[in-house]
Design a binder for this molecule. Structure first.
Ligand SMILES: NC(=O)c1ccc[n+]([C@@H]2O[C@H](COP(=O)([O-])OP(=O)(O)OC[C@H]3O[C@@H](n4cnc5c(N)ncnc54)[C@H](OP(=O)(O)O)[C@@H]3O)[C@@H](O)[C@H]2O)c1
Length: 245
């Protein structure tokens, strides 16, 4: 098993020595070709923040006042944003994931599972119109479509706002270390109708379980946590309810 990361030193403590770590960047197609060498299955869970943050890798001037003004323009001026943010949603969640899909198509990869998001089909409705203010859902939608068009066996998993650790993203749930306490059940749906939060652990489990379950092939589904958690999550039963997508 291989984890592809931009920063091997940062990833190492997360994985110890359980996986091979390979350095690559979604923006650099050549690095992806090398990283996928000999790989048959990709689980893609990359992305940047939905709203401007240092994860967008903005070129900042050295003076604090100029930095402040630069962030102001990043927030309000789309053209400026496109020129100065080097890892915006359009680049990381859109073109970057498309680069990974293209590299997978030209390699030994047979199966591709992509973590996308609730709201792709409701991006004009509240609250998803707010989430999409800087185009993250547009970018994910374009990447989803690129994956459907490749001919690879795919599954697209669309979680709600992520809850439970590891708290790696920049958002309120990370700030308050929000947790389901392992007490909530898993609900899957098709057609982008669910609303709720989703445990990172259940998203990860769903991605892995998909690989054993033909019902998930060439399917798009949403996943949230809701209701009381049964003693065991029977993924095959949950997947059997999916009607394609
Ligand atoms: N957070 C939510 O509430 C939420 C809701 C719905 C869907 N999602 C989706 O769920 C997935 C995981 O989200 P998360 O919040 O756990 O995100 P996260 O912790 O920020 O992880 C995203 C990963 O993507 C990597 N990445 C970003 N740009 C990259 C690039 N150019 N090349 C290679 N790797 C790059 C990041 O690497 P670095 O560590 O080097 O920055 C990071 O490891 C994402 O696809 C996200 O869009 C998240």
């Amino acid at each position: 098993m291989r984890a592809i990361t931009r920063n091997v030193a940062k990833a190492q403590p997360l994985f110890d020595d359980r996986v091979e770590l390979k350095q690559a960047d979604l923006r650099l197609p050549d690095t992806l070709t090398t990283a996928l060498d000999g790989i048959d299955t990709v689980l893609c869970c990359s992305g940047t923040t939905a709203f401007p943050s240092d994860k967008w890798q903005v070129d900042l001037p050295s003076q604090p006042l100029e930095q402040f003004l630069t962030w102001g323009r990043i927030f309000v001026d789309e053209d400026y944003r496109q020129r100065h943010a080097k890892n915006s949603p359009a680049i990381a969640d859109g073109q970057g994931v498309k680069n990974l899909i293209a590299a997978a198509k030209n390699s030994s990869v047979q199966r591709f599972v992509m973590v996308s998001s609730l709201g792709i089909e409701r991006k004009d409705n509240f609250p998803f119109n707010l989430l999409n203010a800087y185009g993250v859902l547009d970018a994910k939608q374009a990447a989803e479509q690129a994956l459907r068009d490749t001919g690879l066996h795919y599954t697209i998993v669309r979680p709600g706002r992520l809850i439970d650790g590891p708290f790696t993203s920049y958002d309120l749930n990370t700030l308050i270390k929000a947790s389901t306490d392992g007490k909530q059940g898993v609900v899957l749906g098709c057609g982008d109708q669910l609303l709720g939060q989703t445990s990172r652990r259940d998203v990860a489990a769903a991605c892995v379980e998909c690989l054993q379950n033909p019902a998930t092939e060439n399917t798009t589904f949403e996943i949230i946590n809701q209701g009381e958690r049964p003693v065991t999550i029977v993924w095959s039963k949950l997947f059997a309810q999916l009607n394609g997508g």
